[in-house]
Design a protein around this ligand. Structure first.
Ligand SMILES: [Zn+2]
Length: 132
């Protein structure tokens, strides 16, 4: 797999909610393009399909079907303890409140009614119809 040509990202410069680092140093990263979570393979975001909303906005991605965020190079320059400390500090900060507020202001998905489900006859009605 080749990298995607974008500048390398460093865990210490990423928002703490876009990366996780466990005690073994294994990191999962939120794709910088589409937000899909993936493990790092050879220090890069794993290949994945572009979600529909990304494909709709980019003709090249529509053609190739893959997300251009795949192959993003990420250097994990934090230990899990350092990441956890940064995450806790971020959760206590104003930046986290702003992210939370923007999430609350989003609309939920609209419910589409598709008509009534057919009412099936009772077993006794089916039996009565057969007997007649
Ligand atoms: Zn992606």
């Amino acid at each position: 797999m080749q990298h995607n040509g974008q500048p390398r990202l460093f865990a210490s410069e990423m928002r703490p909610d876009s990366i996780t680092i466990d005690a073994d140093g294994l990191a999962t990263v939120s794709c910088p393009r589409c937000g899909r979570w993936s493990f790092l393979r050879k220090g890069m975001v794993e290949p994945h399909k572009a979600p529909r909303w990304v494909r709709r906005t980019d003709a090249a991605e529509l053609r190739e079907r893959r997300c251009f965020g795949a192959g993003q190079r990420v250097t994990v320059d934090l230990t899990s303890e350092e990441w956890e400390a940064r995450r806790r500090a971020w959760l206590a900060s104003d930046a986290y409140v702003e992210v939370l507020a923007s999430a609350e202001s989003r609309r939920g998905s609209r419910v589409h009614l598709t008509g009534k489900a057919p009412v099936l006859p009772a077993v006794s009605q089916i039996a009565a119809a057969r007997a007649a």
